[in-house]
Design a protein around this ligand. Structure first.
Ligand code: 9MR
Length: 363
């Protein structure tokens, strides 16, 4: 026998046998059940962070948080070089107290960015140099303020169209042009070399969009890896995307060598509409008059969340975190019943189904 044989035997002897045994103790909360798979996050507006009853639920179930709006450009720097960190700091403090990690959302986005960023002293279009200087100041100040406290950042959000081209209507594009993504990520890397830098967008299960984005990221990273991860927002509905589409999108992130974050998951329960990330839009594939009535949306939603999490768990090797975009239906940007808690903060069957699924899935 060669030393190779003994080496394999020794290795097997000392490796914990987690692969085929299920978790002996059943975890009761999502954050406990998720251990060994990925982090589970929730987006919170400041009013939920300040509410003791609500934030207790968040800290019980989740181990990751993100500000729903409070770390966007207009929230942190409403006027040039006047930074307002109070609400963001409150989330960070809440997270630290409860052993949760914090995700930063977002540095460069066409929405929720004040006009002054793109205007010169006369109200005309600011030069590329001026906008770059302001962006550098913003990224430097914000990332250094949160250095060591925020591990992952959405550096650029929603910069591509549904066809997978740069969104030329964005004020960032108008000011910085084709280099906009490279500029933003380079500045972010310099501001906090330890942070994990992410490109985040919606409708990622759509092939042209996702493939255009991944191609652009690969191109940028060829020179020097400045984009570490990709965020698939996950503003989905009861029918779209299909499980095959989700799996394909995950596979392509893995192949590209990117860390994957499911960053803004919610399930739109209005079956005649499709959630495009810009809001509800009529879904041309569905004729509302043909829909059968749903007698128990809780059951339908539970099954949808369960099938989606089955895929996430199968792909836990590449998924770093799954974050839901809101704690409960009363605190959601969309109407309907998209989240894991109802309007009165009662847990839905969907939440228990995810916990049960995690408990029985081998790690
Ligand atoms: O949930 C956010 C809502 O409260 C804001 O009014 C809205 C403004 O654009 O942004 C929502 O969050 C968005 C996120 O920042 C980026 N992806 C899409 C999210 C839902 O619109």
């Amino acid at each position: 026998p060669k030393p190779a044989l003994q080496a394999i035997i020794d290795l097997m002897n000392k490796t914990p046998k987690t692969a085929k045994t299920s978790n002996s103790a059943s975890a009761k909360t999502l954050r406990d059940a998720s251990k060994g798979f990925f982090e589970v996050g929730v987006a919170l507006p400041d009013r939920v962070v300040r509410d003791e009853r609500l934030n207790k639920i968040a800290a019980l179930q989740f181990n990751r948080v993100v500000c729903e709006n409070e770390m966007k450009f207009e929230s942190l720097e409403p006027q040039e070089n006047r930074f307002t960190f109070e609400r963001g700091d409150r989330l960070v403090e809440f997270a630290q107290k409860n052993g949760m990690s914090v995700h930063g959302h977002t540095l460069v986005w066409h929405a929720q960015t004040p006009r002054w960023v793109f205007q010169d002293a006369n109200g005309g279009q600011a030069s590329k140099e001026l906008v770059m200087k302001r962006l550098k100041n913003h990224i430097d100040t914000v990332m250094k303020h949160y250095k060591g406290k925020i591990k992952t950042w959405d550096v650029v959000n929603e910069a591509f169209t549904d066809q997978g081209n740069l969104r030329t209507s964005s004020p960032w594009y108008r000011a910085l042009g084709n280099d906009l993504i490279k500029i933003a990520f380079t500045l972010a890397r310099e501001a906090d070399p330890d942070a994990i830098l992410i490109y985040n967008d919606y409708s990622m299960p759509n092939d042209p969009k996702r493939q255009g984005i991944i191609k652009a990221i690969k191109e940028i990273n060829k020179e020097k890896k400045i984009i570490d991860g990709i965020g698939y927002q996950g503003h989905w509905d009861l029918n779209w995307p299909s499980l095959a589409q989700i799996q394909k999108a995950i596979d392509e992130a893995r192949e590209a060598g990117l860390k994957l974050y499911i960053s803004e998951l919610d399930i739109n329960t209005d079956r005649s509409k499709r959630n495009s990330g810009r809001g509800l839009e009529a879904n041309p594939e569905i004729d509302p008059s043909t829909l059968q009535p749903i007698t128990d949306m809780n059951v339908v939603l539970r099954d949808r969340y369960r099938e989606i999490f089955e895929i996430f768990l199968k792909n836990a090797d590449v998924i770093e975190a799954v974050t839901v975009w809101g704690l409960d239906d009363a605190h959601s940007w969309i109407r309907g019943e998209p989240l894991l808690y109802d309007r009165n903060q009662n847990p839905k069957p969907a939440l228990q189904a995810i916990i049960d699924l995690m408990n029985k899935t081998p790690k």
